[in-house]
Design a binder for this molecule. Structure first.
Ligand SMILES: [Zn+2]
Ligand SMILES: [Zn+2]
Length: 330
């Protein structure tokens, strides 16, 4: 099969690899659509602690089960999408309902979707594959992974929140805006980004938008959510949190990054700073429901379709920010 194999930082090539064959409990899925994601680009640029080189890129996908190992509970022809991790179900974190923090969740990830086929491990076959609801397009179902992360982030915000500031204008910010609007009806949602052109899709949907430099609108928010992962924005964002409010560092930062917060604000203003990592199976299922209920305008996120061999063009348009997500078709 053809697969986009990354072999070292900055180097990825379409490579011929043997077609995967399912072992006991495993299934092989023919990838019909796989979406670009910043995580793949970051992995390619600087490597990833959970996915050492060589590694096939791509992890947001939908496709069709084409081969089934012994004891696997799927049939050829089933249309599926997947969560990336496969929590063990037995450790302390899993039993406490924090499967997103399972230390074994990434032992057999569902990863490597920029390829004609992807093999799903026995553990992931039982826990991480989802049947695509009738009528949901495959490029929409492929949004399960990023949307589930966003659902997790929104779940972690206090239910009393009524005003929200989202920093960033990428696909995660776009998903976040719609999930917040859906889960907190009647709330005020403001999006802050650097470029007016990237704020336009948010404005079109009735969200308040401002550039980062815009001095006007210095209001405070119950919840401020960072989707940019830029450490230098943190103190500005903390300053926008109302007393008793929350700053959520949704986007990950590199391991060696330290951020300093004034203890005064954390103590006397009871501002909470929290992260949000990945998602639990319940949030993956919820994401699929939100997609099939058309809560998310997915056709405005995945707007460009290209054959897999045009991956370089896909990566550059996503990096340039002219497209939120490009679908690659193997
Ligand atoms: Zn992703
Ligand atoms: Zn576990």
């Amino acid at each position: 099969m053809k697969a986009l194999l990354a072999t070292e930082p900055g180097v990825a090539r379409l490579t011929d690899l043997p077609d995967p064959r399912p072992g006991t409990g495993e299934v092989v899925v023919r990838v019909r659509v796989a979406l670009t994601c910043g995580t793949d680009l970051k992995l390619l640029r600087r490597g990833h602690p959970k996915f050492p080189f060589p590694v096939i890129l791509g992890h947001e996908f939908a496709g069709e089960v084409v081969a089934v190992g012994e004891d696997a509970s799927w049939q050829p022809g089933d249309l599926v999408t997947a969560a990336v991790s496969a929590p063990c179900g037995e450790c302390g974190e899993c039993r406490a309902g924090r499967e997103n923090l399972c230390p074994f969740g990434f032992e057999t990830p569902v990863w490597g979707a920029f390829a004609e086929f992807i093999k799903v491990s026995a553990r992931a076959t039982g826990r991480s594959l989802y049947e695509i609801p009738d009528g949901l397009p495959l490029h929409a179902a492929a949004l399960l992974d990023p949307l589930a992360s966003v659902v997790r982030g929104v779940n972690r915000l206090p239910s009393s929140s009524g005003t929200f500031l989202i920093a960033g204008t990428g696909p995660v910010a776009f998903l976040m805006a719609f999930v917040v609007r859906h889960e907190f009806p009647g709330s005020h949602i403001e999006i802050r980004g650097r470029r007016t052109s990237r704020l336009e899709p948010f404005a079109r949907h009735g969200f308040t938008t401002r550039t980062l430099e815009d001095g006007a609108g210095k209001g405070l928010f119950d919840a401020v959510i960072d989707t940019t992962g830029s450490p230098h924005l943190c103190s500005d964002l903390l300053a926008r949190v109302a007393r008793g409010g929350t700053l959520q560092l949704f986007a990950g930062m590199a391991r060696d990054v330290n951020v300093v917060f004034p203890a005064f604000v954390l103590h006397y203003e009871e501002v909470n700073v929290m992260g949000s990592f990945h998602y639990r199976p319940a949030e993956a299922a919820r994401a699929l429901t939100l997609l099939s209920e058309r809560t998310i305008p997915f056709d405005e996120i995945v707007t460009v379709f290209r054959p897999l061999h045009e991956y370089e063009a896909a990566f550059s348009e996503v990096t340039a920010g002219t497209v939120l997500k490009t679908a690659l078709i193997p």
